[in-house]
Design a protein around this ligand. Sequence first.
Ligand code: ADP
Ligand code: MG
Length: 395
Amino acid sequence: MKIHEYQAKQLFAAAGVPIPKGIVAKTADEAAAAYETLGTKVAVVKSQIHAGGRGKGRFKEHPDQAGVVLVKSAEEARENAARMLDSTLVTIQTGDEGKQVSTLYVEQGLDIARELYLGVVVDREVGKPVVIMSSEGGMAIEEIAEESPEKIIREHFDPAIGLQPYQVRKLGNALGFDKAAMKSAATFLPKICRFFVDSDCSMAEINPLIITGDGALLALDAKVSFDENAMFRHKDFLELRDLAEEEPNEIQAQEAGLSYVKLDGNIGCLVNGAGLAMSTMDLIKLHGGEPANFLDVGGGANVDQVTEAFRIILADPNVKAILVNIFGGIMKCDTIVEALLGAYDNIGITLPLVVRLEGTNVEKARQMLADSGKQITTATDLTDAAQKVVGTLNA
Ligand code: ADP
Ligand code: MG
């Protein structure tokens, strides 16, 4: 689950991670008032969307307007805010459709001596969280990794103990910190690591992490996402969720107990089991197709769930064919086919539909499909299924 920059910064502040002063604004007047309240000569008006690259991003409605701007008067804050609010910001991370801005964060403008990169993620191979830092602040970490991988430094830490003082010195030395910066890092770095662990984050990224002229470290940007499997421990985080930022079909799927992730292809997939869903997508790609989604109906799919699954798949206008791939283990194949035929009637599917079944009661299930009189193509195995569904698009 992702949250906005201003929300992440509020959590940082509560965890003792230093942030600049800032005020949330929902209207142009509020943005102007925020400038006055901050009382700094320079303020920064920042679009709040769940995507980075805002500083270089531009609005569809106002091609010269950046998603993050420096302003030097209340009037300037108001004018920029008026253009930004309710407009669509396109950044390198939003895709061409962009994201509508409905909230702004007005922040004190800071005197930046150095911009660094800091990220904390879980390193699954090592089985520990890792702090990733670089002297190349403001740049995407993927770019740094490609252009100057030697500038990326990593330090794993024990989640129970946290980042230790010698580790802070190691990082600070590698980045050439002076005495003041080292002193600031001695609280900043362990605190962000503690926050990462205690909040069950899957990622906490500060890009840029700045060092001010006085040698203080501050989080100038904040990108945080939480591990959804740990949300039961953080009921208070649920109110930070912004449904407007999420794919409507993914929310609907979640409510129906389905795991659905929208992708960019045109072959809709309905599969039981996450591993099988992954391999189904792989097979589709192997045979020259592009999956439109990941969809796991789970182990105990009933007519309502399968109907909902078809509805969600068909709500995507890119979908041109559907592949149903079912392994009847816990669930018998004939039960799934019953649900499938029920859903087929409920929805009135007109797109090519390829079904591959295997497992308990498969013969009975295949007979049911054959007797149904519906335009359903059956497949003998997964390869056959992938070839057939890709074939319907080329037909
Ligand atoms: P994004 O990563 O989405 O582009 P950032 O929050 O990193 O958004 O802002 C983009 C750039 O704007 C930063 O790299 C920094 O140079 C500048 N900036 C952001 N906030 C401030 C601030 N409070 N004071 C001065 N400059 C800022
Ligand atoms: Mg940034």
